[in-house]
Design a protein. Structure first.
Length: 282
């Protein structure tokens, strides 16, 4: 009566059921990954899940379709607050990394300080990241913007050094990095200071990007907890970031994998018409 045979009708029902079962399996796989990295994007999900998806005969476009149908695509957040005070009496150093190619780990460290914990319970996260491997070498969480937090992050980074060649330490012109105590610590560790010479955030793009990953993908901006609990949350986020999260510029290697070698030439790209002082982004 409907112009469809019984065989075709039941075959279509069975086909729909199989597709729904596959979609549910994919959603479970994605949820398992996002348990550690809650806002990991589509491209990196596809890389991490490539083998099980291949076994299920699901390609990139099908994965995208399943995520879109189940409202699981990530919408980027934008949240920018200033933590840099560059109006001070201390010496500001020249930018030494303009157009410098990144060829090996611990060639350039980039540093920055960012807010985490929401507006009600502000904490300050000081980070030092290896520009080549994107590995977070040192970090510190404190409830004020004093130099001590940045110094603790620098001490942690120095303890994790694997290579003994010269390192350039690149940062903005914030009071913490220009202070006498911080500069003395750099000199003692034989680390060469370098600083941005403009207010363009792309002049310290890698540091800004890592800040964004931790706050947006690991939701550090959303936790309303005391500082001791936040320290535990950040330690876990940094561990997962360094050992599990792939990076496009590192050919989807994790920071730990990238830091253990020096043969891969990283991908680089620059924002058109931006400051010249930009390195490879994440």
């Amino acid at each position: 009566m409907l112009g469809v045979s019984r065989q075709v009708y039941y075959r279509s029902l069975r086909s729909k059921q199989i597709k729904e079962e596959k979609a549910n399996q994919v959603i479970n796989l994605v949820n398992n990954v996002r348990r550690d990295m809650p806002r990991l994007g589509f491209r990196k999900l596809y890389h991490i899940l490539n083998e099980p998806l291949k076994d299920m005969h699901i390609g990139r476009d099908k994965l995208l379709s399943i995520l879109k149908s189940n409202h699981m695509l990530i919408k980027p957040k934008r949240n920018y607050r200033i933590t840099t005070d560059s109006h001070h009496r201390f010496r500001k150093h020249k930018n030494l990394i303009v157009d410098m190619p990144l060829t090996h780990p611990e060639q350039v460290w980039v540093s920055d300080i960012t807010y985490i914990g929401g507006r009600e319970r502000n904490c300050y996260l000081a980070l030092i990241t290896d520009a080549y491997s994107k590995k977070i070498m040192g970090y510190d969480i404190s409830n004020c913007l004093t130099t001590e937090g940045s110094l603790r992050a620098l001490t942690m980074a120095n303890r994790q050094r694997r290579y003994k060649h010269k390192i350039i330490h690149h940062s903005d012109r914030g009071l913490q990095y220009c202070s006498n105590d911080y500069q003395k610590s750099l000199k003692k560790k034989k680390i060469v200071p370098s600083m941005t010479e403009s207010y363009d955030p792309y002049a310290n793009a890698i540091a800004e990007r890592v800040n964004g990953i931790l706050k947006q993908e690991f939701l550090l901006e959303d936790y309303q907890v005391d500082i001791e609990t936040m320290k535990l949350i950040v330690a876990d986020a940094v561990r997962i970031y360094n050992t599990k999260r792939p990076h496009w510029s590192c050919y989807m290697k994790t920071p730990e994998m990238m830091h253990a070698q020096n043969e891969v030439k990283i991908k680089t790209y620059k924002r058109p018409n931006s400051s010249k002082a930009s390195l490879a982004t994440v």
